[in-house]
Design a protein around this ligand. Structure first.
Ligand SMILES: Nc1ncnc2c1ncn2[C@@H]1O[C@H](COP(=O)(O)OP(=O)(O)OP(=O)(O)O)[C@@H](O)[C@H]1O
Ligand SMILES: [Mg+2]
Length: 512
């Protein structure tokens, strides 16, 4: 079998070609007569704003969906993949935008799912657990990541789960690798690890399609960049000849770009949120801070520094072991998330798939879910009552959809993130926690989200803003707390701190 495959190996191996490929979802043209050839052995960045058709292209190659019109050629052969298995059999491995691990299983089981090593005892076949975990640990160690095969996936952060997805892809020795926003939840160290792997695969002649919203990554890792807008092929450039402005121009045409309003002086009296000496075993300890009316407080830190854990515990999603929380002058220590939200706190979580949205429910329902009390006065809810709320959010956040009655799962990744934010803004909170609000969101949509945070601040909304991208923390926040290993180590003024200083503060003495 293998000999035969080698014998038929051609120059077209690893080449991906699209001829006039169109993908329709009802009235939505997710991809429109797309024609392009992705050459072998190169890293092809695929760029485009939210909802432009990037994931659609990846899903076509991965056999998850089929084209409405047009033809695809893989390794020089015309192919119509009817299932992910077909695509896989053609040597294509895909890391999808949404995480797909089974949380109840261990890391090792997830990596080798469907092909667990077996051992034979008395004619019966059993899973060879020792071998499984040894193989997975070797793979993870080779990648230089500190995750163990026997850990349950449910105990991992989103970033760690993304690393496991990448490990799983690597374990297949792909000849074509599709990476749909593999770094959206990763911090610098993990991104560098991934780039190392990508470079190694490139040396082996692997063809890669790489999707990201982080522009700076392109210049680090990509050989070419192909831009797609509203489902149309716009053009491709060689990275060595391209600059940032060219690519943004191709992505957005002449759409306008929001800029940051000038910072206002924050009056440091009458805090809306007071956190005193809160601790949670194995997560964070002795955290104290105050948040003032209209203030945007950034929390900077590396993956695992405890930022999400602190926000979750204040919101009542996890119990506290010590300390107190006061919101709008009232002691709210020990409140449930529901009570917290009634008391005026909103929280957009980092993992929209698990806790942010109900994927199967309509966009409308998701937008109204957190604000049922406001929308449905007598407990009865009608579409007519929902409509003004929903229309406003769709317009304010530029959510790209043809029909708000469609399920949230029909939206592109970045547009789903906007629904999570819209859902909470509908509850009219006076304090908001934004945990990675710009993850997977294109440059313009990101500005729209920041604009919402800034505009809210002008009207008195106080926010906590967390982002793995430290540039964003410096840009968005009025004041920045730095967390390391579960503790607040210092506070900085973002107008007087540069990126490398902040990064240094986050890193200092950090464990690997
Ligand atoms: N199952 C579906 N049903 C209806 N419309 C869909 C479906 N899947 C995707 N779409 C639509 O197709 C378009 C392209 O979506 P796609 O997910 O490819 O965008 P994307 O470029 O990956 O965006 P993002 O950067 O936000 O991930 C969007 O308008 C999206 O709403
Ligand atoms: Mg996508």
């Amino acid at each position: 079998m293998i000999m035969q495959k080698l014998a038929t190996k051609t120059d077209e191996d690893g080449v991906l070609e699209f001829h006039d490929v169109t993908k329709l979802y009802g009235p939505t043209k997710a991809l429109s007569s797309f024609t392009h050839r992705f050459d072998k052995g190169r890293v092809h960045a695929l760029m485009g704003k939210n909802g432009s058709g990037k994931s659609t292209l990846v899903k076509l190659l991965a056999g998850v969906i089929q084209p409405t019109l047009g033809t695809m050629f893989v390794n020089g052969e015309q192919r119509q993949f009817t299932s992910p298995h077909d695509s896989f059999a053609a040597g294509i491995v895909t890391v999808h935008q949404e995480l797909s691990l089974v949380p109840e299983l261990t890391v090792g089981e997830n990596i080798y799912l469907g092909r667990l090593p077996q051992r034979n005892v008395g004619g019966l076949s059993f899973v060879h657990w020792k071998k499984l975990h040894a193989q997975a640990d070797a793979l993870l160690q080779d990648m230089g990541v500190n995750i163990k095969s026997r850990q349950a996936v449910s105990t991992l952060s989103v970033g760690q789960q993304q690393v496991v997805e990448i490990a799983k892809a690597m374990s297949f020795n792909p000849s074509i690798l599709l990476l749909d926003e593999p770094t959206s939840a990763l911090a610098t160290k993990e991104v560098n690890m991934l780039f190392g792997l990508v470079r190694r695969l490139k040396e082996q002649g692997v063809t890669m399609i790489y999707i990201t919203h982080r522009m700076s990554e392109l210049f680090d890792i990509a050989d070419t960049c192909t831009v797609i807008r509203d489902g149309h092929y716009i053009g491709s450039v060689e990275m060595k000849d391209a600059d940032h402005a060219d690519i943004v121009g191709m992505m957005f045409g002449d759409e306008a770009h929001a800029t940051r309003p000038p910072r206002r002086a924050i009056e440091r009296s009458n805090p809306v949120l007071q956190v005193k000496n809160i601790s949670r075993t194995h997560a964070f300890k002795d955290i104290s801070f105050e948040l003032y009316p209209g203030e945007i407080l950034g929390i900077a830190g590396l993956l695992g520094a405890g930022r999400t854990e602190v926000m979750r515990a204040i919101f009542g999603a996890d119990p506290l072991n010590a300390g107190s929380v006061t919101l709008n002058g009232k002691d709210v220590t020990g409140y449930t998330p529901r009570q917290m939200s009634q008391a005026g706190l909103g929280y957009t979580p980092e993992n929209r798939k698990e806790v942010g949205l109900v994927q199967m429910a309509a966009i409308t329902d998701n937008l109204c879910m957190a604000s049922l009390d406001a929308v449905a006065k007598g407990g009865v809810i009608t579409r007519a009552q929902e409509k003004p709320f929903v229309d406003k959010q769709i317009k304010d956040l530029s959510i790209k959809t043809d029909d708000p009655e469609l399920p949230v799962s029909s939206l592109s990744g970045g547009n789903q993130q906007k629904v999570v934010i819209g859902k909470w803004l509908n509850t009219k909170p006076n304090v908001m926690f934004f945990d990675e609000p710009s993850r997977g969101v294109d440059v313009h949509a990101k500005r729209q989200i920041f604009d919402i945070i800034w505009e809210g601040a002008e009207h008195g909304l106080s926010s906590i803003f967390v982002s793995t991208e430290l540039e964003e923390v410096l840009e968005v926040a009025d004041r920045v707390l730095v967390m390391r290993q579960g503790e607040i180590v210092t506070e900085v003024d973002p107008t007087k701190t540069n990126l490398s200083e902040l990064y240094g503060l986050c890193m200092e003495g950090a464990k690997n």
